[in-house]
Design a protein around this ligand. Sequence first.
Ligand SMILES: Cc1cc2nc3c(=O)[nH]c(=O)nc-3n(C[C@H](O)[C@H](O)[C@H](O)COP(=O)(O)O)c2cc1C
Ligand SMILES: [Mn+2]
Length: 503
Amino acid sequence: MAPPADLRAWIALLEREGELVRVTAEVDPHLEVTEITDRTVKAGGPALLFEHPKGSSHPLLINQFGTERRMCLALGVERLDDVAAKLEDVLEMQPPQGLVDKVRGLKKLKSIADSLPQTARRGPSQEVVVTGDDVDLGRLPIQTCWPGDAGAFITLPAVITKDPHTGVRNVGMYRMQVLDRNTTAMHWQIHKDGRADYLATEGRIEVAAALGLDPVTTYTASAPLPKHIDELMLAGFLRGEPVQLVKGKTVDLEVPANAEIVLEGYIEKDELTAEGPFGDHTGFYTAAEPFPVFHVTAVTMREDAIYPSIVVGKPPAEDAWLGKATERIFLPAVRMTVPEIVDYDLPIAGVFHNCCIVSIRKAFPGHAKKVMHAIWGLGMLSLTKAVVVVDEHVDVHDYEQVFFYVGANVDPGRDVLISEGPLDHLDHAPTHQFFGGKLGIDATAKGPDEGTRPWPEEIEMSDEIRELVDRRWEEYGIGAETAQNGARKRLRTLNLSRAMRRE
Ligand SMILES: Cc1cc2nc3c(=O)[nH]c(=O)nc-3n(C[C@H](O)[C@H](O)[C@H](O)COP(=O)(O)O)c2cc1C
Ligand SMILES: [Mn+2]
């Protein structure tokens, strides 16, 4: 199943799958959309197309990514792990041996070459072009999400810039607070690539923000790729066909041809504004801080453009599944650097930077602590506040199991590591912004080689008796459901660790 070509194909797919509700009642993008969406997301409900947002002629799409199933539909896979497998295949390419291997290798290389974006002469995203004084962001149904927000924020943009030295494109999702009819703030946090492009540019940097893309491209704007990798290439690779671009009307940047809406413009070095407060994905308001001002020189659109939005707030919110997609998709890359990692889980309630549970194939004394330091040194995972390390047979996605091992296997005096390092821009807990404490918990089994008494054996029933009870279960008259429910947890653990070990 090929991923949808644009937002409209995506909406049609969602509708066919019973995953979309059209809301025909007039609804106010000021707070009301948030309350409806928050209830819907937390109930695992459908994507919502508000056809009549108050004060705008553009429909508003929200909750397109709000469940695991929709995230899988967006990426055209059965399970999020399937995306990782595709990526792993390319990442683990070995020098080809025989002819068959060479042909296979070439195919893989071709799949990368075919992922590069292509530039077309025209595209639907420029059917309508509004420039200069005619630009009016007030025409879009931009949400004011929470009562304490400083104003209306564009929440689901793919913001495009170029590195002034290398020319490499970057696409990132950064919220944009509307300041007036043709300016917004640009919330480039301190660790992000968009900000690095801005800092490296003297004077004026051109910027484009694409709204309403095919879901894969939207997702990749949120993906934490290394700075020298163009997110649109990942989008092309995951889609199996290149992203089509067109030249901007007022900027020297290429913009997605299939976008519903594109905001073109520029940012002047050191022109800053107070951005925020904003009800953030941390579950708290982030205080106002200075951020750059984006001047919009053109708005280009499709006819009857649909405006996409997302609400973040106390978890779980819609962004949980964008984050989970990243967790799964980046597992092969994480394992390439730290191969002893079997699996990891970033709990949604930990809003992705607060906690990382990781299972390892432990091979030497201090190994769990080595992995903690590796996580604290790895891309955006370096911002992780707490790392919990468990042995390979533990299902990191089963928090009860993890809690069991944290309780059972940890001597806090020996197995807790307090360190320090960079923290997420939005974390309000550390005394100093951006920098503070780190917590590592080693919940693996230890042995005499780590200076402990001999470690006891974990309780397991023998295979023989398990098989006997399987065979005789019906005779006992307790019911098939009970057996299934009881076995499910154990099986899930076994399946997962088996899949991860690729036996
Ligand atoms: C809905 C949503 C909103 C986000 N808002 C911001 C934001 O305002 N500022 C920011 O720096 N990152 C934000 N992020 C995270 C970035 O999109 C993410 O870190 C991405 O990797 C940035 O791209 P970059 O690595 O090319 O800088 C947001 C993510 C999502 C899913
Ligand atoms: Mn990037």
